[in-house]
Design a protein around this ligand. Sequence first.
Ligand code: FRU
Length: 494
Amino acid sequence: MREWTREERYRVLKDPQEVKDLYDRIIKSGYRQTYHIQPVTGLLNDPNGFVWFDNKWHLFYQWCPWGAVHGLKYWYHVVSKDLITWKNLGVCLMPDEIYGYDNKGAYSGSAMPIGDKLYLYYTGNNRDEDYIRHSYTCIAKLGSDGWPEKYPLPLFGPNPDYTENQRDPKIIVMPDGETYYIILGAQTKDNKGRIIVYKSENLLHGWTFAGELKVPGFEDFGGMWECPSIERIGGKDILMFCPQHIKLPGRGDGTNHNGYIIGNMDWDSLTFIPEGRFHVLDFGFDSYAAACANNIEDEDKAILIAWMGLPDASYPTDDEEWSGCLTLPRELTIRGRRLIQKPLPELKKLRAEKLEVRENEAGCAVLPEAAEIVMDIRPGDLNLELFTDESGQGGLSVSYSEDSREITVDRSGMQFRFNEVNGESRTRPLEDGLSNLRIFIDRSSVEIFVNDGDAVFSSRVFPTEQEHFMKLSTGDAFTRIWTINPAVKEEFLI
Ligand code: FRU
């Protein structure tokens, strides 16, 4: 793998032409996605500023132009009318030496529309001459020309009572429409993950530190909480965050996770009262930094999108000098003590051709490189292999055992194996047994929705030319397969 010097990672992009050759090279990759948001060049990580504004959906992603490396981060802007087909708009927030507060990166954050302006709240990742990090909570206004205007001063600077790790502002408005909170992921000086809260009656100034969020029972749960948010869905509050530096059962030696707690938020005492345990949001191998759109009118649901990737991980396309993509957006609702995640209804518009499922002598059917598979499953065990070769060997297996009532996804049979340290198989109990699967395949990913969204497994996979078959070796299912039309275009727009 390529070693990057600090100078190379933090080089400022002065002219789009500097990455044109890289772009021309990477778009030839057979692993470029066809209906998932992916980086124009280089690396994509967190989704940022997801919001409905000016008659369209806006979404930004953390972007490092130079290659598969976490270096200088920009906010890259994409828009959509339907959350399914996306258009590149180019770079929005640029880190800058002169402004200074974000000289080493415009880090993650959220967006809030007011009138005909969109306000972007983000972390200015500043490093001083000694390379010490200072995190500023910054704001920029997106004008009608789409050009961001940074406010001259940050809303507030680093909180001295916490370590340098404090970032990812999520802006939240109270139902009175007059009180605003910003919550940040933070770390105590003895390395415990926390959320800190700021309050104001004006979006643009007057922000003061309101205190630390109390989450009884979670005082010692990981060393840093990244990308926090509090969403209200179906009369409940959902605390979502990414605890780091902690191992969780069934997730190998991985120490980066994304999950949620359902409960009730008391803003007056800054206490989130959990009504249950921490749930992993996505049981796949690659999912992190999930963010909900900020202004959905419907009180019973939210729309969520996540980075289909993980920090501290490497991927087979790193050698091609690009990395990362986002998951499909999902509709979130609450059922009982869990979040239900369903593919958006609009996705059906992408279905192209319905395929006849024809099996070869080895019982394998061809698996198109972009496809949706829907399976209604009769009670009993199931063994489904995706991305096998034409003799049914290898691939990623999805298995369900009626005895244990558990579903397991295992990618150790793929030729390209990566991030094995996080474990190569993931298991999730299914209280009601397995009744259906809805699977979305793109050129380098698979998202498996189980039992109408009761569980989801999102993972990157990098099939070789031989690995384009599927096989149902055990089980009784009614299966339909569609090819999927492209919904993202390769457009060189910086
Ligand atoms: C999460 C994260 C955020 C940070 C951003 C930098 O993946 O580390 O905490 O703002 O990525 O790109």
